[in-house]
Design a protein around this ligand. Sequence first.
Ligand code: NFK
Length: 312
Amino acid sequence: MVVRFFPFSAVIRAILSNRTMHWMEMEKDELEKQYSPSRWSHRMAADDVIKAHVKALKEGTERARSLAQTLIDVPYGEGDGEKLDVYIPRTNSLDVNLVIYIHGGYWQFLSKEESGFMAVPLIDKDVVVVAVGYDIAPKGNMDLMVSQVRRSVASVIQQYSHIRGLYLCGHSAGAHLAAMVLSTDWSQYSVTPDIRGAFLVSGIYDLLPILSTYVNEPLKMTEEVAVRNSPSKLVPQLKLSSSGCQIVVAVAQNDSPEFRKQSEEYYKTLEAAGLNVTMEDVANTDHFNIIEQLVDGDYHLTKLLLKMMGKS
Ligand SMILES: N[C@@H](CC(=O)c1ccccc1NC=O)C(=O)O
């Protein structure tokens, strides 16, 4: 009897073995779809969900700037783009918590100008909110952006040394940058921040899959750059620098399977390393409204963030 083996395609292999495809097995089209968050929203067409996202962030930030006392364009470094905005609560107490928000936008869109949207429910509970600016591509590259967010955190704790607790929140590319902050060897800096908690929302923690996609066109990362800036490869450093940090890895129910996998795998690696980490799979959200809804004090993630700071 002649037994013939047919070459199975990667797709069929994945289906037969009941697992999702590894990114290395994907055709370029499929990989680019997986890394196009707007194409996975159940609410709107791709273009519309991005327009609505920018509008929601802008309006939320305008509202926060009209309601809060603010310090806009505070420098944290010499560079033009090295500025941050502070949203200040009404309390007279200096004993307050502070949240640093790092915006998303694939390291090539958005800015701090539309990143104060989550300040209102937080300043209402006496929390200071800082929205960090950094040089997106093509002006900035990955190494620079990582260095900038690290320096911004060092600068904030030098400026606000009296604060009770320092917390980080980042969305999408900003969750990647926040994870890089947690993975910093602070011996090169003049301060060692004690980050109490970090909210990593719909982030990317392994940069290798995006190297060959459209996302990398303005970034121009080489494999070496992608490896040294991948939080998934820096967990031992995170353990050294941020072992006391309570980490929440949050992902949207309607994020793409690749995005969901990025969060699940990073969560599992942190957990296996013995870190204080929880996974939040946020029901009925997509890549965009998972963060937009932080304008609302009753939203699950807002309440969780306040609870982490002892304010429920
Ligand atoms: N090509 C990307 C674009 C994108 O991610 C984005 C575009 C504008 C503003 C924010 C974005 N992403 C996340 O914050 C997408 O398909 O969603």
